[in-house]
Design a protein around this ligand. Structure first.
Ligand code: TRP
Length: 456
């Protein structure tokens, strides 16, 4: 029989602990790796503006709903839906989809996080210093083409993640986030101070914050929406589990604002650091996923103190990724603990092992051989790209939509209103929140899907 006492499940010891863990989940590779390169590809300015709107009007309401569902039921996703909608309810499928999505996300995410770890030690050892632009590019090419190197660092990263999750909610997730998030912010500020002293500061800042609408396409708008979900970590039940470890009187709407605010701040700071450095060294902003693994090291190589700064940057990336991977592993772990009655250690270790196995094709996908060349030819893209596309562009928005529909339409009105207002100074925003969940979120997600399949 699963044990549901909070002693067996775990709980946060402080509100700050919860806030930093949730913000740590949100702040990750999405903020520092992906957001800058999609901003670069979409021409900056107007794209950033649309993204901010998507975070505030679509992502934030779902984030609040997800945490509230967890806090209300004190259960993670699948049992939470059972509790509110009945044992046989089809709504529980949203929870299962979330478990699958988090597993798939973590399988490729840990490969990219592994690259960050590899680059952190390369920079610290000075292996990237004094290289020409071609040599830096060749280094990244070599990482992708030496799949066992990617697999090795991915496994190291999964090991770290598992260690934190096994330690539990308070001693693992909470303490880890409380220790790492301030360091992360400090590292970012070190880089910001340096970026502000460079000749590329002005052009870099105007690229990110200036409005040049002409560059924005319909695809860019949809990309902004998809990324808003991904960066806030909504839609897979991770925040629902985090909410389930909360006591009943935490101000959830206000916490949601703080989490989304911090996440946005860090994404913008990452851009304010990267673009001035890139522009100072004549690098193009629209380079895609290689932006921080190729163009950034090229820029660092030409900067006094570049070795130190590069090390700081990749360390920052590692820390940001780790507080996110623990939240991703927590989804499957919490499911196995709550719904199947497993111990946390067994749940975390076995999930991590399966995820690492699933990550191998991603690690090998840039190289030669069966999972590399041959699969790329068959799929028309690498396995890593495919896993990223299916999970972030389809599973996450479907999960977010499911949570919005459930919380907006299926959840009992009295219970929902009471839960939103409990302990909250923002209870008067209830109607607005509900309206966004019921109408704007579904409309926006459906529009994205229609566009993706080519209808609009
Ligand atoms: N939000 C994280 C990032 O931006 C990634 C992440 C962690 C995530 N947990 C998630 C994404 C759950 C979707 C769902 O890097």
């Amino acid at each position: 029989m699963p044990s549901h006492s909070s002693a067996a499940r775990g709980a946060w010891r402080s509100r700050t602990g919860f806030l930093l863990a949730a913000a740590g989940s949100a702040v990750g590779l999405g903020n520092i790796w992906r957001f800058p390169y999609i901003t670069g590809e979409n021409g900056g300015g107007a794209f950033v503006f649309v993204y901010l709107g998507c975070v505030a009007l679509l992502g934030l309401p779902i984030l609040i709903a997800e945490v509230l569902l967890g806090r209300a039921t004190q259960r993670s996703a699948v049992p939470a839906f059972h509790r509110l909608a009945g044992e046989r309810s089809p709504w529980a499928a949203i929870g299962l989809l979330g478990v699958a999505a988090s597993v798939l996300i973590l399988s490729f995410y840990s490969v990219v996080a592994g690259w960050a770890l590899h680059y952190a030690q390369l920079s610290a050892r000075g292996a990237l210093t004094g290289l020409s632009a071609d040599e830096v590019a060749a280094t990244f090419g070599a990482v992708a083409a030496d799949p066992w190197l990617s697999a090795f660092w991915m496994l190291v990263f999964m090991g770290l993640t598992t260690w934190v999750v096994v330690r539990g909610v308070h001693r693992g997730l909470e303490l880890c986030s409380k220790a790492l998030m301030p360091v992360l912010l400090a590292l970012l500020l070190v880089l910001l101070v340096r970026a502000a002293s460079l000749p590329g500061w002005g052009p870099g800042i105007s690229f990110v914050f200036g409005l040049h609408a002409s560059d924005l396409t319909a695809n860019g708008i949809l990309e902004a929406l998809g990324h808003a979900f991904f960066t806030l970590s909504v839609g897979v039940g991770g925040l629902l589990a985090y909410g389930s470890y909360l006591d009943r009187d935490t101000d959830v709407p206000q916490s949601g604002l703080a989490i989304a605010g911090l996440d946005t701040l860090i994404a913008l700071l990452a851009c304010a650091v990267l673009f001035p450095i890139l522009f100072t060294h004549g690098q193009e902003p629209s380079q895609g996923p290689g932006l921080i693994f190729v163009n950034l090291p090229i820029a660092f190589a030409g900067l006094p103190g570049g070795r130190f700064l590069a090390t700081v940057f990749f360390l920052l990336l590692v820390l940001a990724a780790l507080t996110s991977t623990i939240s991703l592993l927590e989804v499957a772990t919490a499911y196995l603990v709550d719904a199947r009655g497993w111990t946390r250690r067994r749940a975390a270790v076995l999930s991590a092992a399966c995820i690492a196995l699933l990550g191998i094709p991603s690690a090998l996908s840039g190289g030669p051989g069966l999972f590399g060349e041959r699969l790329r030819a068959a799929l028309g893209g690498s396995w890593l790209d495919l896993a990223a596309d299916v999970s972030s562009n389809w599973m996450v928005p479907i999960g977010g939509l499911g949570i919005a529909l459930f919380a907006g339409w299926r959840w009992n009105e009295l219970a929902r209103r009471a839960e939103f207002g409990r302990g909250s100074s923002l209870a008067r925003w209830y109607r607005l929140w509900l309206g966004l969940l019921r109408w704007l979120v579904p409309a926006a997600v459906v529009l994205v899907f229609l566009h993706a399949v080519g209808v609009v």
